[in-house]
Design a protein around this ligand. Structure first.
Ligand SMILES: Nc1ncnc2c1ncn2[C@@H]1O[C@H](COP(=O)(O)OP(=O)(O)O)[C@@H](O)[C@H]1O
Ligand SMILES: [Mg+2]
Length: 453
C-alpha cells in the first residue's frame, strides 16, 4: 500500500532557464516520514508538486516503487495532498468533505463507514455534520487531513499544513500528524520552513537552499554533523553562533583560533579533529558554537576540554524557563546568505544607532549578497567572509563597541546586566569549524558530538 519515492537528478525550470530545483536526488523509503526543509522560495513546493504530478519534471526521473513515473497523471499516483490553505468545500458538511474523494473514486459505494473510521482516528466524530464556516482553523485542518486519510492513499504529500495555525494548535496537531502517519505507516513527504517542526516530525530531514539539496539525514545527523554553515545555521534554536576566526599554528607553539580580540587555545596533544585544522594555518575559518558549547563559569572551574573566553553582557533575553544572554566578545559574526531572516537585533532600536555600525554593515552586505547570490543559484558561496573591520574609535568606558556576537543559554536564576564582564568556558568537544567556503572541517565525519561521551 505504501510506496517508495525516488527522485533522480530532478530539475525544474519555469522560465528563462533558471533552475528552481537543481539536480535533486532523493530516495524515500516505503513508510518513511521525510521532511523537505528550507527557507521560503527554495523550491520545496515545486518538488512536492512534481511528486504529485501537478508540475512537469524538466529534467531527471521520478520513480514510484522503482517504476518510471514522470508522465503518470496525478490520479494514477494514488497520493493525497494536504495544503496550507485548507481547501474544504464550503457547501458540504465535514462528513461530506471527507467522503467526497471516496464518492468520486467509487460512485456506487457508500463511504459512510470509511468516513466514520477516519473521524474516530482524528477525534472529530462530533464535527461531521458541521459546515466549514462552523469550524475553527484547527478543526478545519483536521477535516482536510481526514479527506486525505480516508482514501487510504499510498503516500501523503503535505505542504506546510500547519503554517496557518496558532503556535499552540500547531504543536498539538504536529504530535497528531506524527502519531497518525506512524500508525498508518504511509510514506509521507512533508514540506516546511520551520526547523523545529522538521526536527520533531522527520525520520529524515532534507535541507534545501536555492533549489539545491544541502544535506539529508536524521534530525540528529543534520544537527550534530551539518555539512555546511547553512545547515548549521538553519537547524537549531537559538541559532548557532557563527564567528569569523583565523587558525594560527606557529612552529613549536600552541595552535589557536583567534576570534577578533580573543582566541581559543587548542589543548595539547591536539585531538584528531583539531589536527585537521593545521592545514588551515593562516586562513580564515568560521567557528560555530551552539548554545550547549558555551557556559558561564569561572575560568578556574574549567573541565578538561574547556577553554576560557570573556564576554561583555550586551542584552539579556528572558524566556521564562531559560535566559539567552547576548555577549560581546570582540569577534565578528559570519554572514550566511539565504537564511530566512537575519538574527534579530540584540538591542533596542534606540541604542542601535550609537554602536550598531558593524551589524548594520553586515546586514546591508547580507541584503546585497542575497540579491546577488539569490535563490536558484545554489552554487554560490554559503558563507562570505569580509575583509577584517577597520579599528573603530575607542568606545566609551563600559560600553561595548560591537553589539552581541555570542548568544549563550543559561538558567533564569542568574542576574546579568548590560555592560557586566563575564567569564565563559567553551567546550571544545562541541566546537564546529567550517572552511571559508562554509564546508565543515570539524568535527570529522566519523564523530558526532554528544554520541561518544
Ligand atoms: N508557476 C511558477 N512559475 C514561475 N516561477 C515559479 C512558479 N512557481 C514557483 N516559482 C518560483 O520557483 C521558486 C520556488 O518556489 P516554491 O517551490 O514555491 O518554493 P517554496 O515552496 O520553497 O517556498 C520561487 O522562486 C518561485 O518564485
Ligand atoms: Mg511552498
Amino acid at each position: 500500500m505504501t510506496r517508495a519515492i525516488s527522485l533522480q537528478d530532478v530539475s525544474k525550470t519555469y522560465t528563462k532557464g533558471v533552475r528552481v530545483v537543481d539536480r535533486l536526488s532523493l530516495d524515500i523509503a516505503p513508510g518513511e516520514f521525510l521532511v523537505l526543509l528550507g527557507p521560503s522560495g527554495c523550491g520545496k513546493s515545486t518538488v512536492l508538486r512534481m511528486i504529485a504530478g501537478l508540475e512537469d519534471i524538466t529534467e531527471g526521473s521520478l520513480l514510484l516503487d522503482g517504476e518510471w513515473a514522470n508522465d503518470l497523471p496525478p490520479s494514477g499516483r494514488d497520493m493525497a495532498m494536504v495544503f496550507q490553505n485548507f481547501a474544504l468545500y464550503p457547501s458540504m458538511t465535514s462528513g461530506d468533505n471527507i467522503g467526497f474523494p471516496l464518492r468520486i473514486e467509487n460512485p456506487g459505494a457508500d463511504p459512510r463507514d470509511r468516513v466514520d473510521a477516519t473521524a474516530r482516528m482524528l477525534g472529530i466524530e462530533d464535527l461531521l455534520d458541521r459546515y466549514p464556516s462552523q469550524l475553527s482553523g484547527g478543526e478545519r485542518q483536521r477535516v482536510a487531513m481526514g479527506r486525505a486519510i480516508a482514501r487510504h492513499p499510498s503516500a501523503f504529500l503535505m505542504d506546510e499544513p500547519l503554517s496557518n495555525l496558532d503556535a499552540k494548535l500547531r504543536n498539538h496537531l504536529r504530535a497528531e500528524i506524527s502519531k497518525l502517519t506512524r500508525e498508518l505507516g504511509v510514506t509521507t513527504v512533508y514540506v516546511t520552513h520551520d526547523q523545529s517542526e522538521a526536527m520533531s516530525l522527520g525520520d529524515r530531514v532534507a535541507v534545501l537552499r536555492g533549489g539545491v539539496l544541502q544535506q539529508v539525514g536524521t534530525p540528529r545527523e543534520v544537527y550534530g554533523l551539518p555539512r555546511n554553515v547553512f545547515v548549521a545555521a538553519f537547524v537549531g534554536t537559538p541559532r548557532i553562533n557563527l564567528l569569523r576566526g583565523m587558525v594560527r599554528a606557529p612552529l613549536g607553539g600552541a595552535m589557536t583560533i583567534s576570534l577578533g580580540k580573543q582566541f581559543l587555545r587548542l589543548p595539547e596533544p591536539l585531538s584528531l579533529d583539531h589536527q585537521l585544522l593545521r592545514v588551515q594555518q593562516g586562513r580564515e575559518v568560521i567557528v560555530g558554537l551552539r548554545s550547549e558549547a558555551v557556559r558561564i563559569a569561572k575560568h578556574s572551574s574549567a573541565r578538561p576540554g574547556e577553554v576560557p573566553l570573556t564576554g561583555l553582557v550586551d542584552h539579556v533575553e528572558y524566556q521564562g524557563h531559560e535566559v539567552l544572554v547576548h555577549f560581546n566578545t570582540g569577534s565578528h559574526p559570519a554572514v550566511v546568505p539565504d537564511l530566512e531572516a537575519p538574527r534579530p537585533a540584540a538591542r533596542p532600536a534606540r541604542r542601535r544607532r550609537r554602536d550598531g555600525s558593524v551589524i548594520d554593515r553586515l546586514r546591508e552586505r547580507a541584503v546585497a549578497l542575497r540579491a546577488g547570490v539569490g535563490s536558484g543559484s545554489g552554487a554560490g558561496p554559503v558563507a562570505v567572509l569580509d575583509e577584517p573591520e577597520a579599528e573603530a574609535p575607542a568606545p566609551a568606558p563600559g560600553i561595548p563597541r560591537i553589539p552581541g556576537d555570542l548568544v549563550v543559554r543559561t538558567t533564569p536564576d542568574i542576574d546579568l546586566r548590560h555592560g557586566m564582564q563575564v567569564p565563559l568556558l567553551v567546550d571544545l568537544a562541541h566546537l564546529f569549524v567550517f572552511d571559508q567556503h562554509g564546508e565543515r572541517i570539524c568535527p570529522a565525519p566519523a564523530r558526532l558530538p554528544d554520541l561518544d561521551e
